[in-house]
Design a protein around this ligand. Sequence first.
Ligand code: 2AL
Length: 176
Amino acid sequence: MDLEAVNSMNYEQFLDIFGNIVEKCPIITAAVWSRRPFLTLSEVEDRVCEFIDSLPISGKEGILRCHPDLAGRELTSGTLTMESQQEQRQAGLTSLTSREQERLTLLNTRYKQKFGFPFVICAKMSDKDKILKELTTRLQNDPSAELLKGIEEVKKICHVRLQDIWCRGSPVPTKL
Ligand code: 2AL
């Protein structure tokens, strides 16, 4: 995928390719399309981050709430997005022992009760042991620190998803 290909996409093509760089938030991609032409590929990521940073607290919380639980119901039922499925599998979350599964479910529930949004971490930059450790630690944070941390992780997930798209090297939207 090169810059010229990205800049020449109409918004439908852009959404087909980049629509899930922030989990279940295609509105961000749709907004970023208006910022073309991009001068570099990394500018796409900069514009996404800029958009996220411009949101009020409720908007940032909303982005976090669009993320599925790690090793949650959607993983079991096969209803995760393709990206999330691959990320959770790569982090080892499809092969948890029953003890690890129980612990993760308990911590996820406690986290959501405390903060009102799910625990978010870039799974591809982690693994199941680190995720359990980080979740335990982050449960101790105060809500404003956790909102910042969660959004930082959303940006990492976006970075990884964009890298995947650049490396896949397909300038042609898959749905065309
Ligand atoms: C996710 C997800 O779906 N992919 C990822 O890297 N992290 N979800 C989450 N709650 O952290």
